[in-house]
Write a new protein. Sequence first.
Length: 613
Amino acid sequence: MDEDAYAFEDTFDTISSTYWHRSNHTNENTWIHNSWSYFNVIQHDSEVELVLTDVPSGEKEYTGAEIQSNDKFGYGRYEIEMKPSGESGVASTFFLYTGEYYGDIWNEIDFEFIGNQPTHVRVSYYYNGSSYHEDIDLGYDASEVFVTYAIEWEPDAIRWYAGDTLIHEVVDPLVPVPDSPSKMFMSIWTGVESEFGPVEFEGSTSAHYRGVSFEPYDVTQDPEAEPFKLTLYNADTDTVIGEITEGAVIEVENIDTTKLSVLAAPSNEVTRWETNSITLDIDGPLVHNQIEDFRPYGLFGDRYSNLWGRLFTEGEYTLDLAAYSERQGQGDVLDEQSVSFTLVEAGTVSPEPEPEPEPIPDVLRVVLYDSETNTPVAMLEDGASVDASLFDEHKLSILVTVLDGDLSKSVDSIKFALDGPTAHTQIENAAPWAIFGDRGSLVHGREFGVGDYSLDVSLYPKNDAKGGVSYTESISFSITEPEPAPESDPTEEAPVDTSTLSIFLVDAEHDAIIGRLADGDVVDTAAIGTSNLSVLVRSTDPTVESILFDLDGAYSHDQVESAAPYALFGDRDPNYHGRDLPDGDYSLSVASYARDGASGRMLDSLALDFTIV
């Protein structure tokens, strides 16, 4: 594949001859009923209009339009914003193609809109005479609206998208995935009346294209990988039975009456690009030798990607393979592989107990954030419930941190969709990823009412929520009324709380406020899920400039904080620093001061005892 691939984007403000060629000839294929005309490719209003007319040209009944890229492109993501014709008898296309005219074997990947079925699209691909296609119901009339369609082309897979929706994919298919750099094409044409329906338009009809882009993929192969990926196929139905690996025991239903084959797919850096033939030698209850010059490389050959097969019996087999630089097993030996495996009748092997599933690492950290005090309030996980007393009717925001390192590097925008008593949709093109945006270090907030909320967070590789969704996560949470204070004995005089200070216990692992910390509280770390804790102090006195902490007990620590949020172990906004506090009894004293560094006049103080178990 082309090692000099480059990213490409064209918004069609012009049709540059540097990038595009307008077709101007008559196609000799009888199933195409039009010629191509340079003048039927029209640029206007930042779009390209391809026009098909009922004007005869070059011994053809109609005149169509086509443009093709001057350069070839390889593996990557292709996007086109288009609106096809909705007329019967007409095909509007976006496709990747190379073939004999360009010195290559036939490689093609298509989006093809047929006017007599405007709510469907045909996705297809071709490799050296073998083909695959699927008709997809889009659920809307494509001829009435511009939509961005995308092709993701990888060495072993192709994916087709309509908007953000994956509409079809093939992975490790029997028909080989194209592997030659190809030109981008857009066209409108007529023909194949049996599929397209009769031509009914009068005068002309058009397909419209607003922009096209290409983002190359890095598909460097592991040079240490095995030369071939081996798959056992049911040759009667051309369906996969299982992957063949060293020592594998593969169950086959009705093994005595089912014809089988083995498909060998080159899979490392050398075999993928340099192989011109392979030899396959199988030994065991069945013995056979085969030389294959063209993909798919089948143990018994194929006809247009329909594998030929033979009957196997239960037993142990050894398969030896070699890749060669020339046809018919000639030239240099590029790589070799030998694998032993066993075939058995289905149901005769006792299943191994399934291993415990690996814990799935968090991809996103979603935090409810107090935008007035610049402090996290609570970690938002699915099903979370947040007591409204934790933010004292302050305005809130929602902040997202991408924890997955690889995903974080590729994110260029995040789309928020919040529904509930407060509803809002926002696209953010830069961190901090905040649902209402930000201005410098100031995170914008809004009032959140009590009730149930649902939040969808979608990550995109391009600005303005473009390029297809890389990852999405949905969270349901609720904000609840503050818990009522316990009823007091009406005969006793209630103590008056005159302190300007409030103390909160913080889950520093998840940067979330657990709740108020009161004198005599017992903190169960097993119940809250972490011992990595901190303490947050808030003051209602606007003249406070610093807070002094003095923690004594099973763990001792002194801290002076001269900027909010005032946290026992400090912070790196919006993340609290914490400590794994051991079980035991603690005493905590806090004091507020009128100047930085716990200097000036002491304004207020508060002390309490608590226990960690």
